[in-house]
Design a protein around this ligand. Structure first.
Ligand SMILES: Nc1ncnc2c1ncn2[C@@H]1O[C@H](COP(=O)(O)OP(=O)(O)OP(=O)(O)O)[C@@H](O)[C@H]1O
Length: 348
């Protein structure tokens, strides 16, 4: 997983090393323990149960969705539900067709192969995967130049679970070879509250419903972030209070870590503040905005903006970045009255 620009952020969707160390302990192991994603769960349940009843290997599954929504967890659940072993690798780790051939040729019958970031696989490996998925066969090329020969290699039936941040990043021939595609959505606050309660139980932390709601509301719809905020609030509670987490403790702790009640962190707020206070709400060009907050253009564009756009606080327009009325309200500021004859972009 690539590190985000802009340094370590508590609200980053990607896993840091601490996350990876605890995530294994917090992962649901069975489909019925997996919180939220009702539709995906129901559909997957049917796919897996039907395959089990037929005594067959499950169809290939493509999982798409933002980092931290549970794709790795689901792939492990698929293996567990099928009573099959799992092999984990990722697109960037498979740069040569030979890398893939060696993984495929060592799979056991029915094994689940999880390929994270499958859209980042090299072209030759991708082409080898087409045949492997469809015919459970690969051609291993031996030798070079005119003397090279293709040796066909039969593979045992396996289930490929591919994960990608966007299914649209996949070439259609690859996408079409998955029998089941599931798109994972951001989680609703009530679902994240359940994630917080469940993780608190596993970590042996006491959290009341209001405390869980406070953490869930700041977690950007993402279980990984909910789990991370829970751990930071636990630290605070341990040092500053009796260790139990209620609304007050959660909100004080997250103030210390600069994650506001909507899940914005220092960088997100700096971008909004510059946009509102220095540029009257825009439109302003991305580069100008980046200079104003003292960050790289890419950091503003890739790290801060996606969440601000998703939250309806910022809009990208052909004339530049524009704050929405919700942005003014969130920072407790009043938008300037629009010029006569020049209605605001949002009808103000
Ligand atoms: N539906 C869920 N219920 C409970 N916990 C969840 C759920 N989804 C994810 N989690 C927890 O969130 C953390 C991150 O999940 P996971 O690693 O599966 O995400 P991911 O989508 O694979 O992310 P990445 O693409 O970055 O690898 C894990 O600790 C996992 O236990």
């Amino acid at each position: 997983m690539s590190a985000s620009p802009g340094g370590e952020r508590l609200v980053d969707h990607d896993a840091d090393s601490e996350d990876r160390a605890v995530e294994a302990a917090l992962r649901p192991r069975q489909l019925r323990e997996f919180i939220g994603q009702e539709r995906v769960r129901q559909q997957l349940d049917l796919v897996l149960r039907a395959a089990r009843e037929r005594g067959a290997t499950a169809d290939h599954v493509l999982l798409s969705g933002a980092p931290g929504l549970g794709k790795t967890t689901l792939s492990m659940i698929i293996a567990a539900e099928m009573g099959a072993p799992i092999r984990i690798s990722s697109g960037p780790a498979i740069q040569h067709a030979g890398d893939l051939a060696s993984i495929l040729s060592s799979l056991q019958e029915g094994e689940v192969l999880f390929l994270d970031e499958i859209h980042r696989m090299s072209r030759p490996a991708e082409e080898m995967l087409y045949m492997a998925m469809e015919d459970f066969r690969v051609d291993v090329i031996v030798g070079k130049g005119p003397g090279a020969t293709a040796i066909p290699l039969e593979l045992p039936p396996f289930t490929l679970v591919g994960a990608t941040t966007r299914a649209g990043l996949l070439p259609p021939p690859l996408r079409d070879r998955f029998g089941f595609t599931a798109h994972m959505e951001f989680y609703a606050p009530a679902e994240l509250e359940r994630v917080v309660h469940r993780s608190a139980g596993l970590l042996d932390v006491e959290v009341d419903p209001a405390g869980a709601a406070e953490i869930a509301g700041r977690s950007r719809g993402t279980p990984r972030i909910a789990n991370r905020l829970l751990r930071r609030v636990r630290d605070y509670a341990q040092i500053k209070t009796d260790g139990a987490i209620g609304r007050e403790t959660a909100s004080r702790a997250l103030e210390v870590y600069e994650v506001d009640e909507r899940g914005l962190d220092r960088l997100d707020r700096a971008v909004l503040q510059a946009l509102l206070k220095l540029f009257g709400g825009g439109p302003v060009g991305l580069s100008t905005l980046a200079v104003a907050v003292g960050e790289e253009r890419e950091t503003v564009e890739e790290v801060a903006e996606p969440f601000l756009v998703r939250e309806g606080l910022l809009a990208r327009t052909p004339r530049g970045r524009v704050a929405t009325p919700a942005a003014w309200a969130h920072l407790g500021l009043t938008p300037p009255a629009s010029q006569p004859g020049q209605p605001g972009l949002f009808g103000g």
